[in-house]
Each structure stands twice: as C-alpha cells, then as structure tokens.
Design a protein around this ligand. Structure first.
Ligand code: G4P
Length: 527
C-alpha cells in the first residue's frame, strides 16, 4: 500500500445534531484539544437565529466564502482529523445530507433535555442508508433532562439504532456528579471547566470500591452500582465490528459547554473511528489503497460578496494522491483539468496544499465547471455513486420578470441547481419551470442570487404540490401511460429523469397503490 501511513492517520467525520443541541460547542472543545484554537468562543456558530433572508445574506456576506468553517482539520495524538461542518438550519438540510456522503463516521449530539428531535431523525436516516458508524454524545447533563434509561430507549426506538453505553452518568442537573467509565472502570468527577485541561479522574477498582461513597455520596453510589449491574447484564462488551458496520452506536454522557466527557469521547473516537473507507463507483469498488488518484465533489459553495464571485468546490479524496498543478480527468465533461491553488483547511486558516490523501477534503476554485457528484480521476471513466438528492417539499413556478434576460436566467438556474441549492423540474403539460426546495429560505437565496449574480429578475408563484418523487419501471410503456394521464403532475428533472409531483399524501398513496408496476423513489442518486 503506497500511502498506507498517510491513510491510516486520517479520520474524516462530521458532528450532527438538531440545532441548539451543542454541535458548535462540542466542535470548539475538539479544536481546543487539538490545539487548533487557544480560547473558547473562537468558533462562530453558523446558526441563523432569525429566519429572515436579510440575516442569512448578512451572515454569508460577512463570512465571505465560509471555507474556514466548512472543514476543520486538526491533529490530535498523531492523527489527522478532518471535521466537516454540517449546516444546522433545516432549510439547508440537503447540504448536510450530502456532506455525510463525504465522511467515514459521525458523532451525533443529543440534548438530554429535548431528546430526539426532528432534524436528528432525518440525519440518522442518511447515516443508515450508508451504514455510517455513529458515536452518540448525550449533552447537557448539567441540566435537568430526561431519565437516562428513558433517553436511551427513546434514541434506540426513534433512531432505529442499538446503543452501547461507554460511560454512565451519576445523577443529573444541579446534582450531576460526573460519569463512570464502563470501559476503563474509573470515575470522572464533574467540574465545570472551559479549558482543555485534564479532567478530575479518580481511579477505582470497580463500582464496589468504597471510595465511591466518599466521592459521590451514599445514594448516588448505590444508584450507580445498580445501574452498572443492569447495564453490564444487558450490553456486555462492545464489538468493534458492530460499530464499524453501523449496527451499534457507542454512547457517551457529558456536558460540552463545561468540557466534560469530551476527552473520553475524543479519545475513544481516535481509537475506534474508521480510517478512510473504500468507495463504490458505477464501474467497480475503489480501494483507498489504490495508487491512482480519485475523488468526488460533494459540495459547492458560492460567494455572495459581489466583489468576489468565485465558487469553491469541495473535493473528497478517495484514493491515491491529489497533487497541485497535476492534470486530472474530469469524467463528466471528459476534460483534463488542473488546479494551481487548491486549499486545505488546517485549523481556521485556509492554505494552499501541494498534496492531499484519501480522507482529505480539498477546496478547488471553480468558475462553473463543477456539479455536485462530479468525479475526478487519473484517466479512468467512472463516477462515485450514493450521492443523494432528496424529494423537495416546497414548489414554486419561476416567472421571468425581465424577458430581455432570459438567457441569463437560464444560465443562473442551471448553475444554482448544479450547486445543489435547489432542484429544477420541467412540467410535461407545458413548459413551466418549477423549482423544488426543502426550505423556504432557499427561494429567497435563489431570487437574491439570480438578481445579483446573473442580473435576472424573477418572481415565484407557489404551486400546491406536496412532494416530488422519481418514477422508474421495467416497462417504459407504463411510465408513458402514467405521464399521458397526468400531464399536470408529471415532468422531468434536469437530467431527464421522470418525476411525479403529488398534490397530497392521499394522491401519492393512491397512485402508488394503483400503479404496482411503477416504482416511486423518494431519493434519487445524482448518478
Ligand atoms: P448547535 O451548534 O448545536 O446549534 O448548539 P450550540 O453549540 O450553539 O449550543 C446551543 C446552546 O446550548 C448554547 O447556548 C450553548 O452554550 C448551550 N450548551 C452547549 N452545551 C451545553 C451543556 O453541556 N450544558 C448547558 N447547560 N448548555 C450547553 P446559547 O445560550 O444558545 O448560546 P451562548 O450564548 O451560550 O453561546
């Protein structure tokens, strides 16, 4: 294996959570441990507190191309960790879903007070689709949250994943005393601290140790002993293979803002999280160990600052070595391309890189050559599969307000949809251009960007569709008939795939029942 050493020291992952569960706080603590930042408060939350476009635009403009927070690389215990940021706002969930295709594992943060929330559920669905290994961090143990056993049960049921506690909390809220490490069999006492220093660890033989009473009091010591007996009986030892295949998720309890439980989490992550994994393409499986370079674009970020209109395409390296100024094959457009200023994302600075290895993410300046899902190779023709597009849920017709700018509008729509901001459909029963998004905010972003970047002025008219799904059938005649009878509710996406635009859940279910020879898909792979 040519680059074995480089590959084996890399871990590429994302932290996912429902907004406000503590993702930003946990990210910051990780960076503190990694020495990438020195003080708390250095990582800006990319949350959009109010749902107004003006806020969003303002945040984006201030950030410029927000590459610094899109990927954060840092070293910890000789490992190189690539942490990919996932937007928390639900309107940008698609961006998050696609980022998950570029990671090898995830850390899921759950708020102990609120338990499993909607966004978490959807994110886990994406993880399950790819069998992504998950570690769960139950945060905010310093607050009066749900009962620990109920919480585990809720996570298991709602997220359809089996859990395996690695630490166990001693009380909670203002009586939170710390955690017992079930693996190392020691006690970590809770002290509120915002520094990345050592934690207050007490070595004990096991839970029978009398020192327990002295440290946490009689009642909590007794409860802990009972809890541990129960857990040991139920869970046994964690098998690494079960975690790596996405079957079982190890669980940690802590309080990110107090930097408590974070070190256990990070140390275990370093120990068990997967190094870059092999990936599937339409032609064959690509092994990370292959000497020849390959990679794919999973995200394109535009700059809303009119003075710097460039875009950055994020490339995940899958095999071989990416090199600056070397020609690579852009499979979709069948052209050789090279990059003179590729960026890496060490800490918060972006810097030009000369080479990158599997697991790394490189930022490439792009003038419109890239689409999400594009593959680069050293000449071979294949593309990476499994990069999903989801059924949009809000639909609007695009109305051109300035016929003189029709060309600009078309170009703008093509480029913005290539970036994955929204999906574009054309209705069969007419020439209506329909934009489908997962969130209302995206329409405002599109309108703003069409005007400022392409000089095209549009208005959106709401359409009463409930969901779009992709249709396939072994029998092309069935699809033809379906389209003929439902002209107003069928169309095609940008790549010519047939879609059904359902007016309501009832219609969707009825059509599914009435057309057993047609398959209705709620996600579509970009390829
Ligand atoms: P997010 O990125 O997942 O959206 O969440 P973020 O880290 O911004 O955390 C959301 C809020 O929860 C923050 O408070 C943060 O300080 C708080 N928080 C994070 N971890 C813990 C914890 O372990 N215990 C408690 N009690 N709170 C925690 P905020 O008031 O929204 O923001 P800020 O003004 O404190 O920054």
């Amino acid at each position: 294996m040519k680059y074995e050493k480089e590959i084996n020291r890399r871990k590429t992952f994302a932290i996912i959570s429902h907004p406000d569960a503590g993702k930003t706080t946990l990210t910051e603590k990780f960076l503190l441990f990694g020495g990438a930042i020195q003080t708390a408060g250095a990582v800006k939350s990319n949350k959009i507190k109010k749902h107004a476009t003006s806020d969003f635009m303002e945040i984006e403009r201030q950030r410029g191309i927000s590459v610094a927070t899109s990927v954060m690389s840092f070293e910890y215990k000789d490992m190189l960790i690539n942490l990919l940021d996932t937007p928390g706002h639900k309107d940008f969930a698609e961006d998050t879903y696609r980022t998950l295709t570029a990671v090898d594992s995830v850390v899921l943060v759950v708020d102990s007070v609120n338990g499993v929330e909607e966004q978490t559920r959807r994110l886990m669905e994406v993880c399950r689709m790819r069998d992504t290994p998950v570690i769960v961090f139950i945060n905010k143990m310093d607050r009066d949250g749900k009962n620990r056993f109920d919480l585990l049960e809720e996570i298991e049921n709602e997220l359809k994943i089996s859990l395996h506690p690695m630490t166990w909390p001693i009380n909670q809220g203002k009586d939170f005393k710390g955690v017992y490490n079930l693996h190392d069999k020691n006690l970590v006492l809770f002290t509120a601290s915002t520094k990345g220093g050592d934690e207050n660890t007490v070595e004990i033989k096991d839970v029978a140790d009398k020192i327990l009473e002295e440290k946490v009091g009689e009642r909590d010591a007794e409860t802990l002993r009972e809890d541990v007996e129960l857990i040991d009986g139920v869970y046994g030892e964690l098998k690494a293979g079960d975690y790596l295949s996405g079957k079982i998720a190890p669980v940690f309890f802590g309080s990110a803002v107090n930097n408590f439980g974070v070190k256990e989490l990070l140390d275990t992550f370093i120990r068990i999280a997967p190094t870059p994994r092999d990936r599937q393409t339409n032609a064959r499986a690509v092994s990370v160990a292959e000497p020849k370079f390959s990679g794919f674009i999973f995200k394109i970020h535009a700059n809303l600052d009119p003075k710097h209109r460039d875009r950055i395409a994020f490339l995940r390296v899958c095999s071989g070595k990416f090199e600056r100024n070397k020609y690579f094959h852009h499979v979709r457009i069948d052209k050789d391309v090279r990059f003179s200023n590729p960026y890496s994302f060490l800490a918060r600075d972006k810097e030009v890189v000369d080479e990158a290895f599997p697991g790394d993410v490189v930022g490439l300046f792009d003038t419109g050559n890239f689409k999400i899902g594009d593959t680069l190779t050293e000449g071979e023709d294949f593309y990476f599969t499994g990069i999903p597009t989801f059924s949009p849920e809000i639909f609007k017709e695009v109305v051109n307000k300035d016929p003189m700018k029709t060309k600009q509008l078309e170009k703008g729509l093509m480029q913005l949809t290539d970036e994955g901001v929204a999906q574009l459909f054309t209705q069969f029963g007419g020439t209506k251009k329909i934009i489908g998004c997962v969130g209302e905010l995206q329409f405002e972003v599109i309108q703003y960007r069409l005007l400022h970047e392409y000089g095209a002025s549009v208005q959106f008219n709401h359409l009463p569709f409930y969901k779009a799904c992709w249709l396939t059938s072994k029998d092309p005649k069935k699809l033809e008939d379906f389209a003929r009878f439902k002209l107003a509710n069928t169309g095609e996406d940008k790549d010519g795939n047939m879609v059904y635009l359902a007016n309501s859940e009832w219609f969707l279910n009825t059509e599914m029942q009435n057309n057993p020879d047609i398959q209705f898909h709620f996600t579509s792979e970009i390829h």
